[in-house]
Design a protein around this ligand. Sequence first.
Ligand code: PLP
Length: 409
Amino acid sequence: MHITLDAVRELDRQDPLSGFKSQFALPEGILYLDGNSLGAQPVAARGAVADTMDQWRDELIKSWNQGWFDAPERLGNLLAPLLGASEGEVIITDNITLNLYKLLGYITDQHRDGRRVVLSEGGNFPTDGYIAQGFCRLSGHEHRFLPEGTELTEQLGDVAVVVLSHVNYRTGKLRDMAEITRQVHSQGAEVIWDLAHSAGALPISLNDCGVRYAVGCTYKYLNGGPGAPAFLYTHREYQDAGWQPLTGWHGHAAPFAFDENYVPADDITRFRTGTHSALIYSALEASLTMWTEVDMTSLRTKSLRLTELFRDCLADLLAPYGIEDITPETDERGSQVALIDKENGFAIIQALIARGVIGDYREPGLLRFGFTPLYLSYEDVWQAAQHVRDVLESGEYKDPRFNVRTSVT
Ligand SMILES: *Cc1c(COP(=O)(O)O)cnc(C)c1O
């Protein structure tokens, strides 16, 4: 490899984000390149969850008035600056799948102008299409796919809503949020942005891009913990229109009036449904508190340098092993590197995991490596690339034990 260990250590010495690594509880001997699936554990999360256990024990039901009930809004406000959103525009609730359903219902309830189509993109994370199909089946809308990899050039005359990922989960390709939002709105349709692979991965400017609706998760780049709740953003001017379809008591204008009839809250709390888990909110709050210290411009710079370093270290290996690098160029890249090897991709990832280098495999043939600038150093990335080289050059991945499939991949 032409890049020396000394050179990457020098990059680490100059890294303004290097102090964050000690705020994560990372296991010894692991190089974790899967923070885009499940983020690592912030050191502060354990104490925060333990405190909530104590609060439950000592304060019992009173705890709901001591920060539990309003956690969805409080945490939403902690997250908002990272998304370029304002106070009162983000709520932490449920998961992406449910939040997409809520927004599809909310938008189509307002726009009854004969637009019957819900458009979602082929090649996106499947739940986005699945939930759009389920929604359409119940509501009588028609679901269509925007073919994978195509731009949004088709006429949107009959389209009510488009669901798009900001960063594609497979390729890591970043869409132009401002321009696409403008195009969709100019054609009288709405767009819901899915920020699963951009929140915590790069700077986002929802307000400045004119975005009205977005969702995203907190257990990937935002380190909220397994099953941490998702977020839902609605621009302030669009919060008091139709009903969202999951009309639960927490989204009621007066949840503790116990009225018989549903009246939606007139703000972002309308998108709440029912009781949430105080425990996982406390883990997430610990992480989001840390995130308030992060300079997103430095994060983006480091993210691009890490992905570039990994690619540079592997560049000479790709052709000899028949591996294709489909990572987008820098201004269209999220925070991941995507390689394709349809024949051996699964086994290569398993062989790397056995060495403590954790990336992941997605059908068909995709080797996916996520880069999380808060807890990955340049040296980590250099070492990880060295392992990839060793796995390939030694032929280690050909061992039959690396072809055994488990239920979660
Ligand atoms: C990870 C991911 C999801 C996950 O949805 P959940 O309902 O939170 O499980 C949804 N959409 C995209 C684009 C994702 O990457």
